[in-house]
Design a protein around this ligand. Structure first.
Ligand SMILES: Cc1ncc(COP(=O)(O)O)c(C=O)c1O
Length: 265
């Protein structure tokens, strides 16, 4: 899945739902921009995060958990098709800075819960990165279009994001809660989930991974996610991936999506 979103040196882990995937994305943004906040804590009252006005409500729950509060989620106006406007994003970031706030990240949505709108990830990544902000993509329900030759273009620019969450229990139809969280720079996730060596008893289930600088390191899943055990999700995800890589299945989504678009119009 990391390769599908274009994170060739990236890493993936499981979360219990897209809501927690969004929270993990925001936490990674926090650790990246405020290095050490995982260990030292931080005062989030002046930290703001920018989301689409049509973003899923889980971004509010995440704002609560990561310690910035609901009121520091800035909802950016959308165009008539429900896509976050990059020009408005730029203005909101400038306004927040003028008011003495500290911008942390942009959460793009692909696709929105109610209207199925895919944000322009190319344009949003340009703004976010020019401003030095993390870009998280909530692809909880829309990420599955990456399986389609016809509709994958809706996710163009996703490779420029810093993190992505993608639910297998939504459009992929996996019947258990099963979500992937994908990150471009695994070191940030490692720092965020670091609990020193207190879980040494997990060392029997080490996995090997090569980092971008060619170093082979051993990691246990529990040092790369917030929870401890989630192996059942792996089986469900494998089944979902096998199913979706069958060509005829991807054609069904194309037909369904075209029908939906016709109905919507
Ligand atoms: C766009 C979007 N993001 C996140 C979520 C939350 O996902 P979950 O129910 O897996 O926590 C949803 C749920 O509908 C959603 O539509």
């Amino acid at each position: 899945m990391s390769e599908m979103v274009g994170f060739s040196d990236g890493f993936g882990t499981f979360t219990t739902g897209g809501s927690n995937g969004n929270m993990l994305g925001m936490l990674c943004a926090r650790e990246h921009l405020l290095a050490g906040s995982t260990k030292q804590g931080f005062d989030g009252r002046t930290t703001v995060i920018f989301v689409s006005a049509e973003a899923h409500y889980s971004v509010l729950m995440a704002a609560n958990v990561i310690g910035i509060g609901h009121q520091n989620i800035i909802k950016v106006q959308c165009d008539e098709d429900g896509r976050m406007r990059p020009d408005r994003l730029e203005e909101e970031i400038a306004l927040a800075r003028r008011e003495g706030m500290r911008p942390l990240c942009v959460v793009a949505t692909a696709a929105t819960t109610v209207r199925g709108a895919y944000d322009d990830l190319e344009a949003l990544s340009e703004v976010a990165h020019r401003e030095g902000l993390w870009l998280h993509v909530d692809a909880a329900w829309g990420g599955t279009c990456l399986f389609s030759n016809v509709h994958a273009a809706l996710m163009d620019g996703v490779q420029k994001a810093d993190s992505v969450c993608w639910d297998a229990h939504k459009m992929m139809g996996v019947p258990l809660i099963c979500s992937a969280f994908l990150i471009k720079n695994p070191d940030v996730l490692r720092r965020l989930c670091d609990h020193t060596n207190v879980a040494h008893y997990c060392s029997t289930a080490m996995r090997h991974q090569t980092t971008s600088d060619g170093i082979l390191s051993s990691v246990h899943g529990a040092t790369m996610r917030l929870s401890c055990g989630l192996n059942g999700a792996l089986v469900a995800m494998q089944a979902g991936l096998r199913w979706w890589t069958l060509e005829w299945r991807t054609q069904i989504i194309c037909r369904r999506k075209s029908r939906l678009i016709r109905i919507w119009k």
